[in-house]
Ligand binder design. Structure first.
Ligand SMILES: Cc1cc2nc3c(=O)[nH]c(=O)nc-3n(C[C@H](O)[C@H](O)[C@H](O)COP(=O)(O)OP(=O)(O)OC[C@H]3O[C@@H](n4cnc5c(N)ncnc54)[C@H](O)[C@@H]3O)c2cc1C
Length: 429
C-alpha cells in the first residue's frame, strides 16, 4: 500500500533528509498529504484517488511550481532502473532518477549525455519538465535530449510519446501539468572528456562587442558578473578539444581554483586545472558530493533571443546598482534553439541570464519588476523553476504555442488533477 509520510527529502537519489520544504528552504509545501509510491501500481492508486496530485522531483525549484494543496508525490521511490540501448544510442531511465545517479552508470559503460546543468543533484524528469539547460552555442536544453516519455495521466493509464508523435513536442517541457513522467528515453553518445579553465579580467566591452567570439570556439562557456565593475568577474570555459589558452580575449587564466560566489569553498567546484576528465565531472559546475551553489539563496533566470543579447546585457548593467544589495552573482550562458513548445529556448538560440540572490523574497521581488520591465519586451522568457513575477498574458505573448499547450492540457487533464495554484496563475481557465 501507499505510505503517507509526514516528511521526506532527497539527497543523491535516496530518501535521507526529513523536510517538507524545497531545497532552498524558501517554500514550505502546502500539501495535505505526502506520498512516496514504490511501484507504478502504487502511483496509480495515488493518482486516481480523487484528489489533486503533483509530482515532485529533487525539490530544486525556487517557486511553487511543484506545490499542491492535495497529494505531493515524491518520485524518488519509483522504479529507477537504467537500460542502455547501444544500437539506438539511447538510455531509458525511471521518472525519479537524478543525473547524479545516471551519469556514473553511463560513464561506466562508455556513454555520455551531451550536456548537463550546473549541478548533477536534480532529477531528470524535474529538469526536463522545467526546460533546464547547461551552456554552449551548440548545446540545446536538457529536454531536447528526450527521445520519449511515459506519462501517467489522471486515469492512471500510461501513454508513451516518442519523438515524431503529435503530442510529443508539447509534452516534454510539461511543467508537471500533463501527468507524471514514469520513464524517459534520452539520446546518448560515446563518452568524452573535457577540460575546464577559468579566466579573469575580461572587460565588459569585450562581452558586449564580441560575445560570439567568446562563446563560439568552446563547448560550454559561462560568464559570471555582479554588474558592478568595468570587467566581468570570471569566464569559465569547458571544452572537448585542444587545451586551455593562456589568454582569452584580454582575460588571463586563473592560477587558482575559483568559486563563482564570494568566500564560498572551492572544494565544491569541479576541476578547473585544465586537465581533461570525464564529461560528468567537468560539465557541471558543482560536485555531487557537496552542496551546490550556496544553499541559502533564491535564483531567477531569463532567456533572451540571442539577437537581442547585447541590448539585454546593457539594460542589466544599467540596473546593476539597484541589485547590489541582494545579488550574489549573475551568470550568462548560451543555449541552442529547440522545438519543444514551452522550452524557454523554443524557436530561437538564446542567451540566458541567471541571478543567484540572497534568500530575501521581498527584496528579490522588488528588483525583478524593473528587470522584467526591461527584458520581457525583448522577448525574454523566465526559467520555469526559478523566481519570476511575469503574469499569464506576458508569458502567453512570449510562447507562440501557448494556446496549443493549454488545449493539450485540457485534453489530457480536463479536471486539472495535476493542477496547482502556480498553474492557475500562469494558465488560468
Ligand atoms: C543550486 C541550483 C543550481 C541550478 N542550476 C541550474 C542550471 O544550471 N540550469 C538550469 O536550467 N536550472 C538550474 N537550476 C534549476 C533546476 O534545474 C530546476 O529547478 C529543476 O526543475 C530542478 O529539478 P527537480 O527535480 O528538483 O524539480 P522539482 O523542483 O522537484 O520539480 C520541478 C517541476 O517538475 C515537475 N516534475 C518533477 N518530477 C516530475 C515527473 N516525474 N513527472 C512530471 N513532472 C515532474 C514538478 O511537478 C514541478 O512542476 C538550479 C537549481 C539549483 C537549486
Amino acid at each position: 500500500m501507499v505510505s503517507d509520510i509526514l516528511a521526506f527529502g532527497l539527497e543523491r537519489g535516496r530518501c535521507t533528509v526529513t523536510t517538507n520544504t524545497n531545497w532552498a528552504g524558501n517554500i514550505t509545501y502546502g500539501a495535505s498529504t505526502f506520498a512516496r509510491p514504490r511501484s507504478l501500481d502504487e502511483l496509480r492508486h495515488v493518482v486516481t484517488g480523487g484528489r489533486r496530485v503533483r509530482p515532485l522531483g529533487s525539490r530544486h525549484s525556487f517557486n511553487t511550481i511543484a506545490d499542491t494543496d492535495g497529494v505531493l508525490i515524491s518520485t524518488v521511490g519509483l522504479p529507477g532502473d537504467i537500460q542502455i540501448d547501444t544500437a539506438a544510442r539511447q538510455v531509458s531511465v525511471g521518472g525519479g532518477v537524478t543525473y547524479g545517479v545516471l551519469a556514473p552508470v553511463l560513464q561506466a559503460q562508455g556513454w555520455a549525455l551531451a550536456n548537463l546543468a550546473s549541478l548533477p543533484h536534480i532529477s531528470v524528469a524535474g529538469a526536463v519538465s522545467t526546460g533546464t539547460h547547461g551552456s554552449g552555442d551548440g548545446n540545446q536544453s536538457l529536454a531536447a535530449a528526450v527521445a520519449g516519455i511515459d506519462l501517467m495521466g489522471p486515469d492512471g493509464v500510461i501513454r508513451t510519446l516518442s519523438r515524431g508523435d503529435a503530442d510529443f513536442v508539447g509534452s516534454v517541457v510539461g511543467l508537471g501539468a500533463l501527468g507524471i513522467i514514469t520513464r524517459l528515453v534520452l539520446d546518448i553518445e560515446p563518452t568524452f572528456d573535457l577540460w575546464q579553465a577559468v579566466y579573469t579580467g575580461m572587460p565588459w566591452s569585450t562581452v558586449l562587442d564580441d560575445y560570439d567570439a567568446i562563446t563560439r570556439d568552446h563547448y560550454s562557456v559561462s560568464i559570471f558578473t555582479t554588474w558592478q565593475h568595468d570587467e566581468v568577474d570570471q569566464v569559465w570555459l569547458k571544452d572537448r578539444d585542444g587545451a586551455p589558452p593562456a589568454e582569452l580575449l584580454g582575460a588571463t587564466r586563473s592560477g587558482i581554483p575559483l568559486h563563482m560566489l564570494r568566500d564560498a569553498d572551492t572544494a565544491a567546484i569541479t576541476d578547473q586545472t585544465g586537465d581533461r576528465g570525464p564529461w560528468a565531472q567537468r560539465l557541471p559546475h558543482f560536485r555531487l558530493e557537496f552542496t551546490p551553489s550556496r544553499g541559502e539563496e533564491l535564483q531567477s533566470e531569463y532567456l533572451v533571443p540571442r539577437a537581442v543579447a547585447r541590448d539585454a546585457l546593457q539594460a542589466l548593467r544599467v540596473l546593476g546598482s539597484s541589485m547590489r544589495e541582494v545579488l550574489q552573482v549573475a551568470e550568462i550562458r548560451s543555449i541552442a534553439a529547440d522545438d519543444l513548445w514551452l522550452s524557454p529556448a523554443y524557436g530561437a538560440d538564446v542567451v540566458a541570464v541567471h541571478f543567484t540572490w540572497l534568500r530575501e523574497p521581498a527584496a528579490v521581488e522588488s528588483v525583478l519588476h524593473p528587470i522584467e520591465d526591461a527584458l520581457l519586451p525583448m522577448g525574454a522568457r523566465p526559467h520555469w523553476g526559478k523566481v519570476f513575477v511575469a503574469h499569464a498574458e506576458q508569458l502567453a505573448r512570449s510562447y507562440p504555442r501557448w494556446r496549443d499547450f493549454a488545449e493539450l492540457r485540457e485534453r489530457v487533464d480536463p479536471q486539472h488533477v495535476f493542477g496547482n495554484a502556480w498553474l492557475d496563475r500562469i494558465l488560468p481557465g
